[in-house]
Design a protein. Structure first.
Lengths: 295, 322
């Protein structure tokens, strides 16, 4: 058996693959957080809960309506996106003039509500989500075995992340969005409906999280706790990357996923804490974050 | 931006000097009489959480720093106290001291890291560091993993007072709580506390006046962490258990909720909030997961409609400072 640094290549590349998958979710979620923070000045604590809600929606669609994975990939983000729009209109819009901390507290409350309701109806244990037939199986690449579904998750996440980057940085709509982030009142003076843009931004960011949730469902099972564990790691990712740059959020997300995977191979005891340790080091060396501007 | 955290403190209320003293006297009388009418174990637990919430409120209410990871100090102090009392046979006063010192050391490290960023990042960093130490607690052999440390002996305080007697235990907890409460009151009303409030109101201005604000923030952080640790350490002796619940993120959320409900930036608010939330958790425990939902609803309601909290609203109504 081939080995690298005394570790079988199969295990090494297997863990890198898992790292890339985790990294996809870190990237999708931190991207959404950054876009929402840019427009709303709110750190969306409910992001993890809405990611979980995406997975739960897919589970309910499959088991109660017989709607499979592929339609769910579209339907669940739309459903959760609409919930996000309602949340923004009913709750968040009253907070923009207040200190940022109130946004964190309110969305933390929303996360508790969503998680509590899900736990009541689904229980705390994970529920299995059947893999779609078309993505079952895998390929032996010689140095490792690559399951089709995992390859699909990584590829789609990359496409979605870079698609988002492209829309924000390279299109007219994105230019409006960036302008409204910099100076909302000036953009409003040009006749652009900024409050509606804010609402749609929140809906979009939340839909991204739900999309991640649907993709995670066949890998991790659907469980009400899946969001809260993830969101705290994503917060650390955001602190490391800084929220100033979209590309920075994507690179940091995938990079930290890989580092976490490698830690599982070489130093398994530290795999749960490595991202937090990196966060501490980054705070010491580059307090503004790797891609951050200011504080 | 920071000043909006504490709306009540901003208003120039006509100060009646004796109102604080009167309310404090009422609180002491109620707490001394309480064990003769209510279940002492509940009261002791509530006093520990009240001290925990007061410690948390010292940061958010008077420096404007939202720590979302205070379970770290509460939980780790609880573990160290429980371990010291059970495995090393420490007397309760030394076990509590060991727990409090642990929290202080953790506060130095976490505080030094967290104050490197402001506002929302500060909250995320404290939460992430607390989660890291939660994972350490899960893996560390001495914490007993899922079981926690059970059957912690209460022992004899200073070798004389038998803490297995509920009344004795209650009054020891009450003394610890009142000492912590008065200490916080002293800090807030000292020249040091005035600088903290200046940082909350306008940090750049405090810097321009020549204050090394990072140093003030760090000291406030360490004080808050140590007092949270004192609360956790006392709780370990009272309930005779230390477990993962104490160090997990929902505990950090609970203490935020207690302070918010009672009133951020009011000295009595966290005490009222702790008793209110803990009573609710006890009374509604039969509802299961719905308790979480109710807590979420309280969070949302407080933030949208009720930002002053119970004590803040009362103080505003009576036009006094509490």
């Amino acid at each position: 058996m081939t080995t690298i640094f005394g570790v079988p290549t199969m295990a090494l590349f297997g863990q890198i693959l898992i790292g890339l998958i985790n990294g996809s979710f870190y990237a999708l979620l931190s991207l959404g957080l950054a876009v929402i923070f840019g427009m709303l000045n709110i750190i969306n604590f409910a992001h993890g809960a809405l990611y979980m809600l995406g997975a739960v929606t897919a589970y309910l669609l499959l088991n109660y309506a017989g709607i499979g994975y592929w339609p769910s990939l579209i339907i669940a983000p739309i459903v959760v996106g609409c919930i996000g729009i309602v949340i923004e209109r009913v709750f968040l819009q009253w907070l923009y003039k207040l200190d940022h901390l109130y946004g964190l507290l309110l969305t933390f409350g929303l996360a508790l509500i969503i998680e509590g309701v899900s736990r009541h109806y689904l229980g705390s244990a994970g529920l299995p989500y059947t893999l779609p037939q078309s993505l079952a199986g895998g390929h032996n690449l010689g140095f490792m075995f690559l399951p089709n579904y995992r390859a699909w998750v990584i590829a789609v996440s990359l496409v979605v992340c870079f698609g988002t980057w492209f829309v924000i940085e390279r299109t007219k709509l994105g230019a409006y969005l960036r302008a409204a982030t910099e100076n909302p009142s000036l953009v409003r003076a040009f006749g652009i409906n900024v409050p509606r843009m804010i609402t749609l931004t929140y809906g979009f960011g939340v839909a991204l999280a739900a999309f991640g949730g649907v993709m995670a469902a066949p890998i991790y099972n659907v469980s009400p706790n899946m969001g809260s564990e993830l969101i705290i790691v994503v917060f650390a990712v955001v602190v490391i990357g800084g929220m100033g740059s979209i590309l920075g959020a994507i690179v940091t997300g995938f990079g930290l996923g890989i580092i976490e995977g490698l830690t599982k191979v070489f130093f398994p005891e530290a795999s749960a804490t490595v991202i937090f340790v990196i966060m501490a080091i980054v705070l010491l060396v580059r307090p503004a974050g790797l891609f951050g501007r200011g504080t | 931006m920071m000043e909006r955290v504490s709306e009540p403190a901003l208003q120039t209320l006509p100060q009646r000097d004796n109102s604080l003293l009167i309310v404090f006297a009422i609180m002491v009388v109620v707490l001394v009489a309480a064990p003769f009418v209510t279940y002492p174990l509940f009261l002791m637990q509530a006093l520990c959480f009240a001290l925990f919430a007061c410690a948390f409120n010292l940061l958010i209410g008077y420096v404007g720093l939202l720590s979302f990871g205070h379970a770290l100090y509460f939980g780790w102090a609880s573990y160290v106290t429980a371990y010291a009392a059970k495995a090393w046979g420490f007397p309760p006063e030394l076990a509590i001291l060991a727990g409090t010192l642990t929290a202080a050391v953790l506060g130095v490290v976490a505080g030094a890291l967290a104050i490197r960023r402001q506002g929302i990042y500060f909250a995320m960093i404290t939460l992430a560091l607390a989660q890291m130490m939660y994972f350490v607690a899960v893996r560390a052999p001495f914490t007993g993993g899922e079981d926690g440390i059970q059957g912690v002996p209460r022992g004899h305080l200073f070798g004389v007072i038998n803490l297995d007697n509920p009344t004795a235990m209650y009054f020891v907890v009450l003394v610890i709580f009142l000492a912590g409460f008065l200490f916080i009151h002293r800090v807030i009303h000292s020249p040091f506390g005035e600088v903290l409030k200046a940082i909350r109101e306008n940090e750049p201005r405090a810097i321009s006046l020549g204050y090394k604000t990072d140093r003030y923030k760090l000291i406030a952080f360490i004080l808050s962490a140590s007092l949270a640790g004192l609360a956790g350490a006392t709780k370990a002796i009272v309930l005779q258990i230390a477990s993962l619940t104490d160090v997990y993120w929902p505990m950090s959320g609970d203490v935020v909720l207690m302070s918010l409900v009672g009133g951020l930036g009011t000295i009595f608010g966290p005490v009222v909030g702790a008793f209110a939330i803990l009573s609710m958790q006890y009374k509604l425990a039969f509802l299961g997961e719905w308790v979480l939902v109710i807590e979420g609803v309280i969070f949302v309601t407080c933030v949208l409609l009720f930002r002053r909290g119970i004590v803040g609203e009362i103080a505003n109504l009576l036009r006094i400072k509490l």
